[in-house]
Design a binder for this molecule. Sequence first.
Ligand SMILES: *Cc1c(COP(=O)(O)O)cnc(C)c1O
Length: 380
Amino acid sequence: MKKTYLLTPGPTQIPESVSSIFARPIIHHRTPAFQAIFDDVRGNLKYLFQTKQDVLVLTCTGTGGMDAAVSNLFRRGDKVLVVNGGKFGERWTKIALAYGLAPIELKVENGEAIEPSQLEALAQVNPDARAVLFQASETSTGVRMPTQEICRIAKSAGMLSVCDAITACGVFDLPMDDWGIDVLITGSQKALMIPPGLAMIALSEKAWAMTESCDLPHFYFDLPKERKAQAKGQTAWTPAISLLQGLQESLRLLKEEGLHNVFRRHELLAKATRNAVAALGLELLAKKAPSTAVTAVRLPASIKDGKAVPKLMRDKYGVTIVGGQDELEGKIIRLSHFGYVDRFDITTGISCLELVLNELGHKVELGKGVGAVLKTFAEG
Ligand SMILES: *Cc1c(COP(=O)(O)O)cnc(C)c1O
């Protein structure tokens, strides 16, 4: 017998009160019953995004939300600045190129956040750029980018700030209206604790105004059309009805805990994880600005096959974490601690890591990381 534990940065674990909803009979979406659910969801999404704007729900994963943002905002040939700190930053560039934009990258080393002055300098030499596209939390490296500063710089340069908050929204504080985030995007299988299949996106007034001059091709993701439909409690196309029912429950759970308590829980879990990493003599990839969503850990040189670490954790012990992608493949592991995660998920994850490091020939004192985790929790 082996229990399984999911500690990945999406999909994340699903609370039972959410998953039980998916066994219900399907309802039709052009009905008062659906409309009541959707109205409740739309209200609570404003709470989650900390905005007065409409938060639109799209049937797609997070990348679809990024795609929709680009294809609804810009004009062919538009110059955009992209903060590229890893796999997801790179995705902004790829989407921009797919639509014939001219992305200019601010490339940062894996594990580093940008310095605001770097972006300021890039904006200065590219005053005609129309937007800054970035990640609030770069999931591939576990880095938290300075969102508030990025938005401030974009605004003063007359550019739009377009924020992929897919592992940030509902993880740490990201007040859309207060910080002047023009476009905020998230996805369902991350902090929202439901299966993949929904993206959520909100636009500022300035961003809505930009959609009017957009000349890029799009059909399925037509944000002005969605905005009109969703204001009436409907969607342009058939919505993912069951996922929306799950979302209603997960938003209720987030609200019940209180958004700021959710952020504090993630901070504590991230801190416990980092303390365990230090106690085990391992090194963080993101030293200066670690995200509270996911902790990326450099694997020691004594482990010859880095990919064996997550593999053994999963296959032998049932604990699923992820490794690195592209040039970080086999070099790091990433432990996620957001969503439906509590103290004993982290305790379990670290204890499994200790066993596996030993088995793969990197000797650590058993219980050392776990001790650091428990000490962090005891101190609160
Ligand atoms: C998960 C994730 C995405 C979206 O990925 P999908 O596979 O389309 O859901 C985008 N950006 C970040 C930062 C993510 O963590």
